[in-house]
Ligand binder design. Structure first.
Ligand SMILES: Cc1cc2nc3c(=O)[nH]c(=O)nc-3n(C[C@H](O)[C@H](O)[C@H](O)COP(=O)(O)OP(=O)(O)OC[C@H]3O[C@@H](n4cnc5c(N)ncnc54)[C@H](O)[C@@H]3O)c2cc1C
Length: 314
């Protein structure tokens, strides 16, 4: 019996949230009175994960340099069997959710996503997880011989431990059924999933020609840009930036909403963010009720001043 944890990386670098995931994995291992093994794939900075109390860290060196759900699930299933893991911890990123379903199928495992804390009971294994776009919590009993916990973002404190971790580099060949020829990433742009800060614009920005204001603020903060649904529906911004219930979920440290009214469908997707700042001309805009900080003001006046002030500080 042991706990296996998969820490994702992208282009060789650990993804944001790995420290939180590993801290959770070790707390879970302590709760279950067992050991923790971390698995990474093609990761160049595994040393960063040796401070979270794991007994072992296996970095798989594989023949693909992009995420492939079925191949990754096969590799993890094999390691889970060798390590006799009864609980597998993964994140709740889009990639991890895709892979988690495949992995659960391979191992005939129980699987719950968006888990927000350590299991409330061990026998049976009962986990609390967010449902209905974070509007409610459910408790689910996992009854598999092996169970997979998909941890939500920003729910567990980061803690380090002095216990030493053995690092193993292991070569593996992945059986890929289809090959991605290349991935183009927009250089220097943070993605909504990985950014610490997201600057998001709504219909209050009046048109796509004004998005420079959002981008300037995002650039100075190293933030990703996002938008409300009507903005992407009208083609002002790409659909990949649409956040909310029917778009991407956002669970960042800081979410800045500009000219967004705060409709329930928008809030459903962003309310897991730690700090929410709202800029809106209408003091009655519903978003102010969900905000930690609010500026009642015109985006066209506030944004340039805010960007200028922040620039002066860097
Ligand atoms: C089934 C369903 C699913 C949906 N899913 C989503 C979703 O995933 N994500 C999503 O975002 N929406 C979603 N919607 C749409 C949602 O209900 C709202 O219509 C939408 O979020 C409103 O977008 P908005 O806030 O940009 O626009 P508006 O509601 O038009 O708000 C614009 C805001 O800008 C403010 N404003 C105007 N001028 C300025 C200015 N100069 N400076 C500052 N503020 C200004 C206004 O006071 C207003 O509050 C969904 C709707 C349905 C029915």
């Amino acid at each position: 019996m042991s706990i296996l944890l998969f820490a994702e990386s992208q282009q060789g670098k650990l993804k944001k949230g790995s420290a939180e995931l590993c801290s959770y994995g070790f707390a879970l291992a302590q709760q279950q009175n067992t050991s923790l093994t971390i698995v990474t794939i093609n990761c160049e900075n595994v040393d960063q994960l040796t401070q979270y109390g794991a007994s072992k860290l296996i970095n798989l060196n594989v023949n693909v340099d992009y995420f492939e759900a079925h191949a990754y699930a096969s590799a993890l299933a094999e390691i889970a069997m060798v390590e006799q893991a009864n609980i597998i911890v993964i994140s709740s990123s889009a990639d991890a959710k895709y892979m988690g379903g495949v992995l659960a199928g391979k191992l005939q495992a129980g699987y719950v996503t968006n888990v927000v804390e350590l299991p409330s009971t061990s026998e049976p294994l009962t986990v609390k997880h967010a449902v209905f776009s974070n509007k409610a919590f459910a408790y689910t009993v996992l009854e598999g011989k092996v169970n997979i916990i998909g941890l939500a973002n920003n729910v567990h404190e980061e803690t380090t431990h002095s216990k030493s971790t053995d690092v193993h580099q292991q070569d593996a060949h992945m059986d890929i059924k289809c090959t991605q020829s290349s991935i183009e990433q927009i250089q220097g742009k943070a993605t909504i999933a990985d950014a610490d800060v997201v600057v998001s614009g709504g219909r209050g920005l009046k048109g796509p020609e004004n998005w420079g204001l959002i981008e300037d603020l995002a650039d100075v903060l190293g933030a990703a840009t996002a938008c409300s649904k009507p903005v992407s529906d009208m083609g002002w911004r790409p659909h990949s930036e649409h956040v909310g219930q029917t778009g991407k979920p956002v669970a960042t440290n800081l979410y800045i909403a500009v000219g967004i009214s705060g409709a329930i469908q928008h809030l459903a997707g962003v309310n897991a963010s730690k700090v929410k700042v709202v800029i809106n001309t209408d003091p009655e805009a519903p978003f102010f009720k969900a905000a930690d900080y609010g500026i009642v003001g015109d985006a066209f006046e506030v944004l340039p001043k805010l960007t200028e002030k922040l620039k002066a500080r860097t």
